[in-house]
Write a protein that binds this ligand. Structure first.
Ligand SMILES: C[S@@+](CC[C@H](N)C(=O)[O-])C[C@H]1O[C@@H](n2cnc3c(N)ncnc32)[C@H](O)[C@@H]1O
Length: 265
């Protein structure tokens, strides 16, 4: 496991205040924050830029099942689990993010159970419930002790439950660009912690708690950032020139997202 940011590991308070200052995807819409139109635009932009998410989460599969999301952010995937009839619970470190997720559920008349807390002790916060799915997209690599999250999650998963998590990939186009000084892990500068993993390091992280059943790799952000922040989607010239199939192959080999499915041991 390597960190794409700093050598001296910041504490959980630093992680919390970073995400409170700017909740993830909060600028995905220009509509009034908290309105239905705002949340609809946030969702449309998120799944346009990260179209692999709905397939990985497989929202309809969890109808009537107990789903725990670790780090729901402002609740885009949360909304879709709940819309499809999951019995939905979330833990989120950033109170500012969670407020928006709760507001989103209110706006759309959805039911969920929300906890502000550190996922490193998720078992204590949401236990003794047992969950059919523990889902976490782009979260566990941001916490000081990812192994604590895994161990705590193991204590509250049903014996036939499933873990689906996304972690950042070391072997990726984005890591290469970060190391070369052309990019940064998150939209906002100064992300305190962003670990990256090889497939072997994923297995090490889950060792003794979960058995990995699949690791898929996807997602290279292709757009010119200066235009993207103005809601214009123009690919970088080097990606524009690339046939679609070639870009898709590159994403499978060097994508930033490792999508991991695992079952409890
Ligand atoms: C990149 S955002 C992803 C949010 C959401 N999963 C999504 O895909 O939109 C990372 C989120 O992880 C949360 N987070 C980081 N460390 C956490 C921890 N130890 N416990 C709970 N949430 C955490 C942050 O507050 C932030 O909302």
């Amino acid at each position: 496991m390597s960190t794409a940011t700093v050598a001296n590991l910041p504490g959980i308070e630093d992680v919390q205040s970073y995400w409170d200052r700017r909740p993830c995807n909060v600028r995905h819409s220009t509509q009034p924050v908290g309105s239905r139109e705002y949340f609809d635009e946030v969702e449309a932009r998120k799944y346009f830029v990260e179209p692999h998410i709905p397939g990985f989460a497989d929202f309809p599969r969890w109808k009537g099942k107990r789903v725990l999301e670790i780090g729901c952010g402002i609740g885009t995937d949360a909304t879709n689990f709940a819309r499809q009839g999951a019995d939905y619970t979330a833990i989120e470190l950033s109170a500012a993010s969670l407020e928006l997720a709760k507001k989103r559920f209110e706006q759309f008349g959805l039911k969920g159970s929300f906890h502000v807390g550190n996922a490193e002790e998720v078992g204590r916060v949401v236990g003794p419930n047992k969950f059919d799915l523990i889902y976490s997209f782009g979260v566990i690599h941001h916490t000081p002790n990812p192994r604590a999250v895994i161990e705590s999650a193991r204590s509250i998963i049903a014996t036939d439950g499933e873990l689906r998590i996304m972690l950042y990939a070391s072997n990726s186009w984005k890591s290469i660009m970060i190391d070369a000084g052309f990019d940064q892990p998150e939209a906002q500068t100064g992300c305190p912690i962003a670990f990256t993993y090889t497939n072997d390091e994923v297995r090490e992280l889950l060792d003794g708690q979960f058995e990995v059943t699949e690791i898929r790799q996807d997602h290279i952000f292709p757009y010119v950032v200066e235009k993207y922040v103005r809601y214009e989607y123009e690919p970088q010239p080097w990606f524009k020139a690339m046939p679609e199939e070639m870009f898709a192959s590159l994403e499978k080999a060097l994508g930033w997202h490792l999508m991991i499915t695992a079952k409890p041991i």
